[in-house]
Design a protein around this ligand. Structure first.
Ligand SMILES: [Zn+2]
Length: 483
């Protein structure tokens, strides 16, 4: 997909979630699967239900594999990772996507719409040579790649990591539920996208018994110790480290110390051990808060409810899945702050889960400075529920982007005599200045053809926005590819 030519269409439309006509049931078939990767544990197998197969093509009602894959002699999709890496990667990525969606939809209680015009999300198990993985709204796909680790000489496939695959599905699901988050320019919606994606991989792993046993052994149930669950995508992290000459054991660690601080005081990029406004880095503040709560929930499960460490991890994972599903039903629309999302999570816990985790969640948010501490009264700021587009002109010192038009989504209840003088417009200009200064906006010439591959910088990181020319006017549109 990376080499395909597509003329970007940045308009989003959400398909109807109305119940479709009765579809064929499909079969339940066994697939290769690893909720972690081979650095943590060897691959297992998992059942995928609703599988439809026609010759070498595989799909479910909501997911389709963009590769031909024939079953093994037993009629299953279980392959040896070392001797049949291509087949393993295809089977694994398809199974991971289908079951990640199933995990969330069962808690959500209805279909998660895709933010594309298609009923099915396309899985590209191996899109070529790159140390990367990404979700693309325009292509309606999650994409995985391969690359040779220059130190170990091992071929690394991002589609072989359960956490990496579920991460991209997390982006696809959140984009379907709240397409306007990928239209926002401030750090928090981007950071939350990355948090939600990482948490999707984390939660899938909590529902895998073998992973729970490993983490129980590593920590004895004290999850304040680093472990295979807190580390994201170990094998990819090591390979990225080896390719860039740095020592890395993982991509991110949920068991971190990052605290919220005014984004305007942070750099846009920083080494992995420091906080920046780059959205993967910024996500770690929210992830840290949720992980803090999770560690306390596990402790309570063991000490007060008589569970083993492994049982408590799985049980608390199930509680979190429910919490996120309820939160997304009433989560803010448009641009929002971590604080507003935290309030929504606390409300979801109170209203749908009996407030069981209220104290732990609150302590997590306060501990990371997402919510104010002390004897503060309960906040009722849950963000906007109805939004309207606001277009702002970048008048002033924006270099080659001066005069460009940028759109954002703001609370529809806030009407101004002049939008361009509003606090939202002022904030948008600040965010655009930050992104332009950090080189995250791609300039293009009028009539320049933009291909998918152009939307990434030379390190494989998608740009935040791209210039398009509409009737002779420069417009900066959000890039809806996210990795
Ligand atoms: Zn991501």
């Amino acid at each position: 997909m990376i080499n395909s030519v597509s003329s970007p269409n940045f308009n989003f439309s959400v398909q109807s979630t109305a119940a479709p006509a009765a579809a064929p049931q499909g079969e339940t078939i066994e697939f290769s699967y690893n909720s972690q990767d081979r650095l943590v544990k060897s691959a297992d197998t998992v059942d995928v239900s609703g599988v439809r197969r026609e010759g070498a093509s595989l799909s479910t009602e909501r997911v389709k594999l963009d590769a031909s894959l024939k079953p093994n002699a037993e009629g299953e999709y279980v392959f040896d990772q070392e001797t049949q890496p291509k087949s393993f990667t295809a089977a694994h990525s398809f199974a991971s996507v289908a079951n990640t969606l199933k995990m969330f939809e069962e808690a959500y209680g209805q279909k998660v719409p895709w933010a594309t015009r298609s009923e099915q999300l396309t899985v590209v198990p191996d899109g070529g040579e790159m140390l990367n993985a990404y979700y693309s709204r325009n292509d309606g796909s999650v994409n995985f790649f391969h690359s040779l680790d220059p130190v170990t000489n091992e071929m690394i496939y991002s589609g072989q990591s359960g956490e990496a695959v579920s991460h991209e599905v997390g982006h696809a699901m959140l984009d379907g539920l709240r397409p306007d988050y990928l239209m926002a320019w401030s750090p928090d919606p981007g950071g939350f996208h990355e948090h939600f994606a990482d948490m999707t991989g984390f939660l899938m792993a909590t529902q895998d018994d073998a992973t729970c046993e490993i983490v129980a052994k590593e920590t004895g149930g004290d999850l304040t110790k680093d472990n295979s669950l807190s580390y994201t995508a170990e094998e990819l992290g090591v390979a990225i480290g080896n390719s860039s000459g740095t020592d890395r054991k993982f991509i991110r660690n949920a068991n971190n110390d990052f605290k919220w601080q005014d984004p305007s005081t942070l750099p846009h990029n920083a080494p992995p051990d420091q906080l920046s406004t780059e959205m993967h880095s910024w996500s770690q503040v929210y992830t840290g808060a949720m992980y803090d709560a999770f560690t306390k929930m596990v402790k309570r499960g063991m000490e007060e409810e008589g569970m083993t460490a492994a049982q408590a991890i799985k049980d608390c994972g199930a509680q979190f899945i429910e919490l996120y599903a309820h939160t997304m039903k009433e989560a803010p629309r448009g641009d929002f702050s971590y604080k507003q999302m935290a309030n929504c999570m606390l409300r979801a816990d109170r209203e749908y889960m009996g407030g069981k985790n209220q104290t732990f969640l609150r302590e997590g948010f306060i501990g990371r400075n997402i919510l104010p501490g002390g004897m503060s009264v309960q906040s009722h700021d849950y963000g906007a529920q109805v939004v309207r587009p606001m277009t702002v002109s970048l008048d002033g010192d924006f270099g080659m982007f001066s005069g460009a038009k940028v759109q954002t989504y703001v609370d529809a209840e806030k009407m101004y005599v002049n939008d361009s003088q509003s606090s939202e417009a002022k904030e948008l200009r600040q965010n655009m200045k930050r992104l332009i200064d950090a080189g995250r906006i791609l300039y293009t010439e009028p009539n320049q053809k933009i291909e998918t591959k152009d939307l990434f910088d030379n390190k494989g990181v998608p740009y935040a926005g791209v210039v398009r020319w509409v009737d002779g006017n420069m417009v900066i549109e959000r890039n809806t590819i996210i990795n």
